[in-house]
Design a protein around this ligand. Structure first.
Ligand SMILES: *Cc1c(COP(=O)(O)O)cnc(C)c1O
Length: 398
């Protein structure tokens, strides 16, 4: 039974459900272990920890709750500021606000679209001052800059070494938003393993899905126990309803974890496919002069979750419209956070690369199930656009 009609000839990113998902979900239903406790949750956590190269993992209801609880256990509160990328999906910024803290937006790197560590350094140097306690305070607001949340954008890792050094020198926590980068590596080490904590998402469009879900990973046992406690309503006693904090219900369910386990079994295979498809796109697109395809830094091994192309400013929207009308599902890069009315009142340090990326980049279809002919189709439709674009540009405005 088809549950829904494909709206696009070539969809952006659909999950590939062809492993043990049915079997494991059936197992949950047959045994009655459907909710927030069960063997698949534990197995899911082991597999996430393994793939992040960390000792501990705690499954959560989604990536956003993973980020929120991470900020909570790092002690982020209303008197604090948190460094976040100007170019990101909104979830980590919202999580900062859930804690009552203020985001400070830092520009992205031109090539990777990840937070520019040079600009973090410049912000700390020019806008902040260190106090005797070894912490660093924003001179404008008097607030402590307490944490950095790097996002590994579209799977490509941020430049972590200089970022970690800044965090160490100024007593800042690092909450790694690795939600897009499961299995990616920075200098041979797994994304998610660098920060005080790392966060993952298993939403339907991520490289592997649990239907919905998330995880926090860390090397710190105490921290992992604290997270587990807080996401279980901070219930202290096995028997009595005795709670010692304002907790959350942020747990993963066994059914979702069952899907996640089946998907995680295939992570390496999925990454290999994504990387191969990236190579094919890059080769085919190299024939179109107006398009460049983002690639990885020598120190990075991206899981190639999403593919990004850059086109000259002015082409982004008409090209997107052309591709959508041809059945190719593409999407824009996120609008910079500092341009959203809810966030314009917060400080943005450097916006030129982020704004340029927003105006010139778009994401191409990237599902694991993408066929070779589909990649050729997408590239051919892009080529059509540029063949006709001179004519279009010359046409009078209506
Ligand atoms: C997907 C995503 C999240 C949130 O994950 P959910 O599971 O959808 O809550 C957070 N940050 C980034 C950068 C993401 O891409």
């Amino acid at each position: 039974m088809a549950l829904r009609k494909k709206p696009f000839e070539v969809p952006l990113s659909e999950p590939l459900i062809s492993g043990n998902e049915w079997r494991y979900v059936k197992d949950c239903l047959d045994t009655g272990w459907v909710s927030s406790v069960g063997a698949y949750v534990s197995r899911f956590e082991e597999m996430v920890a393994y793939n992040a190269g960390t000792r501990y993992a705690v499954a959560t209801s989604n990536g956003t709750s993973a980020l929120h609880i991470s900020l909570v256990v790092c002690g982020i509160g209303p008197e604090d500021e948190v460094i976040v990328p100007g170019i990101t999906f909104i979830a980590p910024v919202n999580a900062v606000r859930y804690c009552g803290a203020s985001p400070v937006f830092i520009d992205c790197d031109k090539d990777t679209l990840c937070i520019d560590t040079g600009k973090i350094a410049a912000f700390l140097e020019n806008e902040c001052e260190r106090s005797a306690d070894g912490c660093i305070y924003n001179k404008r607001t008097g607030k402590r800059v307490k944490a950095i949340v790097p996002v590994h954008v579209f799977g490509h890792p941020a430049d972590m070494d200089p970022l970690l050094e800044l965090a160490r020198n100024h007593n800042m926590a690092v909450i790694e938003d690795a939600t897009e980068s499961l299995g990616s590596e920075y200098k041979g080490r797994k994304a998610g393993s660098f920060g005080t904590v790392g966060c993952f998402s298993f939403n339907g469009n991520k490289i592997v899905t649990a239907g919905g879900g998330g995880a926090v990973v860390t090397g710190d046992r105490e921290l992992s126990l604290r997270i587990r406690h807080l996401i279980t309503q901070a219930k202290r006693d096995q028997l009595e309803y005795d709670h010692d904090a304002v907790g959350y219900n942020y747990r993963q369910t066994n059914i979702n974890a069952a899907i996640g386990v089946a998907q995680l079994e295939r992570l390496e295979e999925f990454i290999a496919i994504k990387r191969e498809n990236a190579k094919m796109y890059k080769e085919l697109l190299s024939g179109i002069e107006q398009v460049s395809f983002d690639t990885e830094k020598p120190w990075a091994r991206s899981n190639c979750w999403f593919y990004t192309i850059r086109v000259g400013a002015g082409h982004r929207l008409p090209l997107m419209r052309h591709l959508l009308s041809e059945g190719v599902q593409v999407r824009p890069v996120w609008k910079p956070m500092y341009k959203l009315p809810i966030y314009t009142r917060f400080q943005a340090y450097g916006t030129e690369n982020g704004t340029e990326a927003y105006e010139s980049c778009l994401n191409l279809p990237c599902g694991v199930g993408l066929k070779k002919w589909e990649i050729r189709y997408v590239v051919t439709r892009i080529a059509d656009y540029f063949k006709g674009s001179e004519k279009k540009a010359a046409a009078p405005e209506r």
